[in-house]
Design a protein around this ligand. Structure first.
Ligand SMILES: [Zn+2]
Length: 478
């Protein structure tokens, strides 16, 4: 059973506007260190920040998708602290007048579902990257890359709730899929585009935020979040938790030792001396701006799942995968819109095309309309699914059109009825026990027999013919 704790999350997502939040410097991952900087993001005296409209638009999109109350007046504030990753000596963030408050995240994953209540959503700038453990770093030195300084972040804070580790995991996976679906962030944890701080306390302490005192930073993968929460629950339990014995503190999870380590005792809010950013007036958000964003918002993964599973009658695991992977979903839609059968289209994008992309990463994939024609030939029994996959492989390999290669398969000589009968008999002779099980009621084995025969038959064979011969064989052996 998964261990349970009172968990509150602070989730930072790098939003993909392509530029920094207050200066317009480009956001480029591959840029050499300290090359995408300017006097504003370097914190030179006398410079003035100018907020980015696109960042505000994406913040509203996310607030709408999370059913939050969007505030009409935003105010940026200065959060003062001294650290080398912030040349200004303060971070521009939001405090009492954030983007939105309240709302909830309705998540589902692999048949499980839940609803996480939310506290607030705000925009803020990122700090520089400190580098101390790269091979090129001289001993006992820290290097600073200011490229990250000023990049736009959206921070979502959840209400602390009693959750088990599996629920936290499901909720975060769904949130990642949501950010990708709405095209707000690529939410890539390995690149640090989704960073999570976890507040943990034991359920015996109650569920208020004040009683979730231990914050764990530096958890940068889903696996590490699970491990960090488990390790922290264990640590707090062994403290014989009497109220007051667990200190408010910030800890860091160490995956090597599987324990969290003390970093510092938690600052209280007043330590940061928050005050309104004097260089930025309050921002007023108009109703019409919110409406315009609402009208162009894509469906969330939950709605996509329902459409795929209930209206298109796809298998649940197919619907789940497509709804959680927006690029695969988009590809599915483009093929489906060319009148392809939805089940064949889903099978194609999840199996054949993923294999094609792995084998030919540099090559373009076939046109959706050409794929739809090949898949419809499968439905009509003109070629097998296996042959359809081969048509696609050959067309990508030769940069040709699937239609042209498809003709070769269609014209392949068909085997005679007698040959087919012999083939069925020879394959089935190897499955006498399975046939007996089928005869005694295990009807699901029919698909297994079909699969074995099709694998042994030429690719051009019509499955409808195989099915008829197999049915005759089974009834004559009853
Ligand atoms: Zn800049």
């Amino acid at each position: 059973m998964n261990p349970v704790a009172v968990v509150g999350l602070e989730i930072h997502a790098r939003i993909q506007t392509g530029r920094k939040l207050f200066c317009g410097c480009p956001v480029r991952e591959e840029a050499p260190p300290n090359s995408t900087v300017c006097p504003v993001c370097m914190g030179y005296p006398g410079t003035l920040p100018v907020p980015d409209r696109q960042a505000a638009a994406l913040a509203i999109d996310l607030a709408l998708a999370l059913h939050m109350t969007i505030h009409r007046n935003w105010q940026f504030v200065r959060k003062n602290y001294f650290y080398p990753d912030l040349p200004k000596g303060y971070q521009i963030t939001m405090m009492d007048h954030p983007v939105a408050t309240g709302g909830f995240l309705q998540w589902h994953r692999q048949g499980r579902a839940g609803k996480t209540r939310l506290r607030r959503l705000h925009l803020e700038e990122d700090a520089a990257r400190l580098i101390h453990d790269e091979p090129f770093c001289p001993d006992s030195m820290t290097l600073i890359d200011f490229n990250r300084c000023g990049m736009p972040l959206l921070e979502l804070v959840t209400e602390p709730e009693t959750l088990d580790v599996g629920q936290v995991d499901d909720m975060l996976h769904y949130y990642q899929a949501l950010l990708r679906t709405l095209k707000i962030s690529d939410a890539d944890m390995e690149k640090g585009h989704l960073r999570i701080d976890v507040n943990v306390s034991l359920p015996d302490f109650g569920s208020s935020h004040e009683n979730a005192p231990v914050e764990i930073k530096n958890v940068n993968s889903f696996h590490m979040i699970r491990k960090a929460i488990q390790a922290e629950i264990h640590r707090q339990r062994t403290l014989k938790p009497v109220r007051g014995r667990v200190h408010r503190e910030t800890r860091r999870y160490n995956p090597v030792t599987d324990v969290s380590e003390h970093l510092r005792f938690k600052e209280s809010l007043s330590d940061y001396r928050y005050f309104p950013e004097p260089d930025l007036p309050g921002i007023e958000i108009s109703e019409s701006f919110i409406t315009s964003r609402k009208n162009r918002l894509p469906d969330p993964p939950e709605t996509r799942f329902k459409w795929l599973a209930e209206e298109l009658c796809l298998k649940k695991d197919y619907a789940e995968f497509l709804s959680m992977h927006p690029p695969v979903f988009d590809r599915f839609c483009s093929i489906f819109q060319c009148d392809a059968d939805p089940r064949e289209a889903a099978h194609y994008v999840m199996q054949t095309e993923r294999m094609l992309q792995a084998r030919f990463p540099e090559k373009p994939m076939p046109e959706p309309s050409a794929i739809a024609r090949v898949l419809n030939a499968v439905i009509r029994g003109i070629i097998t699914r296996k042959a359809a996959a081969e048509v696609c492989v050959k067309s990508v390999e030769s940069n040709g059109s699937p239609d042209h290669i498809f003709e070769e398969y269609r014209d392949a000589p068909q085997i005679t009825d007698d040959t087919l009968k012999t083939l069925v008999e020879s394959v089935m002779s190897g499955f006498a026990d399975e046939l007996a099980a089928y005869q005694s009621g295990k009807r699901g084995l029919f698909g297994f027999f079909m699969g074995r025969i099709l694998a042994a038959a030429p690719d051009s064979i019509d499955p409808v013919r195989v099915k008829a011969v197999l049915e005759r064989y089974i009834s004559s052996n009853n």
